[in-house]
Ligand binder design. Structure first.
Ligand SMILES: [Zn+2]
Length: 373
């Protein structure tokens, strides 16, 4: 990962680069930052810069053999330790999952990771003693390329507490061996371990940074981006999650509401509106935005041959059925009505009343014939 791929943290990036350029690379560092701060990404970018064959003043080149191997998390001299599930496991058993998760979700938290590697929700994350031994044996080898070796330990909070054999090597590391610990919570680290590292504090993102990122990468409008940024409390992962998960969270509710409107079932409409009004303004706007997305898909499905619907499972079936109960004009009118409701809710209109009025209005746009949904 290049530094340029990481949002924000410009001052810290410059400091890290400068320390490498001046040859001041501590042998053990702790990249400490809260969840969603991007500390793993920064550690990876730092490592890539350190190993890059032709770094510039501001970033690694991203193209040399070293960079491409580190980008693929496949450099023979850069090792990774991270929590695993189950006794006697070592991290390399999960290296393929690790490569994929880091490249797709560099802001992942330990919960995301455990869901990926274990179906058992109650499995406790652990960096086992076997893993410590495995790391020691890897670090005792001569470097395959160049002169340096490195180890990134992600979530050292989960290092097996008994007889940890990594301590000694961190205290007396072999020459040109670098350790980077990437942690969320200082208080959960073995004091014997954290005391041997130099602290790199990765600050949480500011609301402005999060909202800028949401606007540029997700094309959110200013007010939505700001509302989500406010709710995310500095956690970029949480912010992105709120934008991306919106399909899963709200498509189901939208489907139910549309069905009740179609069936003229006002008592169901009323109880759904009661539930939805509890979401709060921002989430309610997201719910409606997602409704617009469903309408757009419906319109495209109606008007284009072989259109591939960008929803899956029952939502896809719903869109197919939905498209038969609305004509193009009806879709357009629903779209306008929903858009106006988003506008009013954003400007402090009563959520419950707005949503109920919207539902009443939507009822008139359906073409009523027997539709299964
Ligand atoms: Zn390079």
């Amino acid at each position: 990962m290049k530094f340029s791929e990481i949002t924000g943290h410009e001052g810290l990036k410059a400091q890290l680069i400068q320390s490498i350029r001046e040859g001041r690379v501590p042998h053990a560092q702790l990249f400490l930052g809260a969840q969603g701060s991007g500390n793993l990404g920064l550690a990876l970018a730092y490592m890539q810069y350190l190993f890059c064959n032709q770094p510039t003043e501001t970033d690694s080149c991203g193209e040399c053999s070293s960079c491409s191997k580190i980008q693929g998390l496949a450099h023979p001299d850069v090792h990774y330790s991270y929590p695993t599930a189950g006794a006697k496991q070592v991290s390399t058993n999960f290296i393929e999952d690790w490569r994929q998760m880091v490249s797709e979700h560099p802001l992942m938290n330990v919960g995301d990771w455990m869901t990926r590697i274990s179906k058992d929700e109650n499995k406790t994350p652990n960096i086992t003693r076997e893993e410590s031994r495995d790391i020691l044996s890897k670090l005792s080898l001569k470097p395959f390329e160049g002169e340096a070796k490195a180890l990134i330990i992600w979530m050292p909070e989960y290092l097996d507490k008994i007889g940890n054999s990594l301590l000694k090597i961190i205290e007396e590391p072999p020459q040109k061996t670098y350790f980077i610990l990437v942690a969320n919570n200082f208080d959960l680290l073995l004091p014997t371990l954290s005391s041997r590292t130099q602290l790199v504090k990765v600050p949480a993102y500011s609301s402005e940074q999060i909202s800028e990122h949401l606007k540029s990468s997700y094309h959110l409008d200013k007010s939505r981006a700001e509302s989500i940024a406010f709710l995310a409390e500095g956690d970029m992962r949480k912010a992105i999650g709120m934008v991306e998960d919106v399909d899963d969270n709200y498509s189901d509710s939208f489907r139910k509401l549309m069905l009740a409107c179609y069936q003229n079932d006002l008592s169901t409409v009323s109880s759904l509106v009661d539930e939805l009004a509890k979401l709060g303004r921002t989430q309610l706007q997201l719910f409606l935005q997602n409704g617009l997305k469903i309408l757009r898909e419906t319109l495209l499905y109606r008007s284009m041959d072989d259109y591939k619907i960008r929803f899956s499972g029952e939502h896809k079936e719903f869109i197919k059925n939905f498209s038969r109960s609305l004509n193009a004009k009806g879709i357009e009118e629903c779209y306008t009505a929903i858009n106006e409701t988003i506008y009013h809710i954003g400007r402090n209109a009563n959520a419950k009343i707005s949503l109920f009025q919207l539902s009443l209005a939507l009822r008139h746009h359906f073409i009523r014939k027997k539709v299964k949904a």
